[in-house]
Write a protein that binds this ligand. Structure first.
Ligand code: FCB
Length: 453
């Protein structure tokens, strides 16, 4: 299947994404404090196989080799996150210079190899000290996040020009605070709603803080979004899909782009309104430069006796996460977000697939399903670009196999295989596909100004 490379603009960024707790390891090095994920992983029964991010891919010590791999891949951009407990081991107050030094070295290494850093400030590793003081359900954590943002941007803002405040606040709020399947493992809907509010609020405040310190920075947020298709055109199914869209997508898109929670959500969730203080909604809607879209699947939603039901098509291809492979869902999502919310720019900041990879007798890792997934999703992005959606870049999740949260190391998303006992890196076939694809874009004859008309 041909990928329509011609529709990508010349300055489109090809990247790969990662997150601190999932790859860094070095949990006790250089003064890093405890994070909620250290605590959660150490709690029996929370993470599959008792795994933790204590060693992970040891990126903290091996980043130079990994940047060399990125260079071989031909990446334009690398998305990573900064571990708050490395920078402020107690959440606020004392800044640990040695923690910031690591990101300083990483950024310099990336820049020396011509790779643009895209830094996420928060990818779920809240300092445990802040959780002990109430965590995201309390407003003070949003204030602490600004203190942390100031410390990071002051140190890196001269070289990092692309920032994401948060990664997937929905997942942090709901899976971590209502469902108890992610750190900090709470099971209270009220906590989830309050956490979502303070994540949104701290996002807006952090955008303002980044702009104060670094006026020309490119600032955004990464949301997990999935297009919700009604199972049929019946009003019941359409309403069910709208409901699911509200809980996952609009809950975050509306405050950020419209400065308001969706009316149907406020009606359904009486606990939201009392959280809103003067100025909160306008802070959340502080203008951003780009929206980061993390997308893996779509939803098909039908009305059920006890509310909306997510339907599963048994005929469809599913990944090792049980997620349906449906590239057109990414195209539908991007066009819808552009039409309804008009972000100035969009980056696909995560997209990829887990499959049960093994290292073959030839020493290599053949992952045709992942290559196909990436190719068809890149093609969906190309179609969105051709339709006028301002997508400026695409980041594969992930560069390396890594700690997949409650699944531990059992799910492999990397385009580079990690042999955990030895930490050896083995580029998979999808790595070579991506490398060749990026190279072909560079070599592609550029349309002449006349021909381009
Ligand atoms: C996203 C997360 C990322 C990774 C992928 C598979 O929800 O942002 O850390 O776990 O899913």
């Amino acid at each position: 299947m041909a990928t329509r490379t011609a529709t990508f603009p010349d300055d489109f960024r090809w990247g790969a994404a990662t997150a601190s707790y999932q790859i860094e390891g070095a949990a006790h090095e250089d003064g890093r404090g405890e994070s909620v994920w250290d605590r959660f992983a150490a709690t029996p029964g929370k993470v599959r196989n008792g795994d933790s991010g204590a060693i992970a891919c040891d990126f903290y010590n091996r980043y130079r080799d990994d940047v060399a791999l990125m260079r071989e891949l031909g990446l334009d951009a690398f998305r990573f996150s900064i571990a708050w407990p490395r920078v402020l081991p107690d959440g606020r107050g004392h800044v640990n210079a040695a923690g910031l030094d690591f990101y300083d070295r990483l950024v310099d290494e990336l820049l020396a190899h011509g790779i643009e850093p895209f830094a996420t400030l928060f990818h779920w590793d809240t300092p445990q000290a802040l959780e002990d003081a109430g965590g995201w359900p309390v407003r003070a954590t949003a204030e602490a996040f600004v203190e942390y943002t100031d410390a990071v941007v002051e140190r890196l803002g001269d070289r990092v020009h692309n920032w994401m405040t948060h990664n997937e606040p929905w997942v942090c709020a709901w899976i971590g605070h209502a469902w108890g399947e992610h750190a900090p493992g709470r099971t209270s809907e009220a906590d989830a709603v309050a956490a979502a509010h303070h994540l949104l609020l701290s996002h807006g405040w952090a955008v303002q803080a980044i702009r104060r310190a670094s006026p020309h920075a490119n600032v955004g947020i990464s949301l997990n979004l999935a297009h919700a298709y009604p199972a049929s055109h019946s009003p019941e199914d359409e309403a069910a899909a709208w409901h699911v869209d509200g809980g996952g997508n609009r809950w975050f898109l509306d405050p950020i782009f419209r400065g308001a929670y969706p009316a149907d959500l406020l009606e359904r969730n009486a606990i939201v309104e009392p959280l809103i203080e003067d100025g909160d909604l306008s802070a959340m809607a502080t203008p951003i430069d780009f929206l980061g879209v993390n997308n893996y699947f779509r939803f098909v939603v039908g009305a059920g006796a006890e509310g909306p039901r997510i339907l599963r098509d048994p005929e469809a291809l599913h990944t090792d996460m049980g997620w349906e492979v449906y590239p057109d869902g990414l195209h539908a999502l991007l066009t819808r977000v552009a039409d309804e919310y008009a972000p100035p720019a969009i980056y696909v900041t995560e997209n990829g697939a887990a499959f049960g990879d093994v290292r073959g007798h030839d020493g290599r890792v053949h992952d045709p399903e992942r290559t196909d997934y990436l190719q068809t999703h890149v093609d969906a992005v190309a179609r969105a670009v051709a339709d006028g959606v301002p997508v400026k870049g695409y980041f594969v999740w992930s560069l390396l196999d890594n700690f997949e949260w409650a699944h531990g190391y059992s799910k492999r998303f990397g385009i580079v295989y990690v042999d955990y006992p030895t930490l050896e890196r083995v580029p998979k076939d999808s790595f070579y596909w991506y490398r060749d694809f990026i190279a072909s874009r560079r070599d592609a004859p550029r349309p002449s100004p006349v021909a381009a008309g």
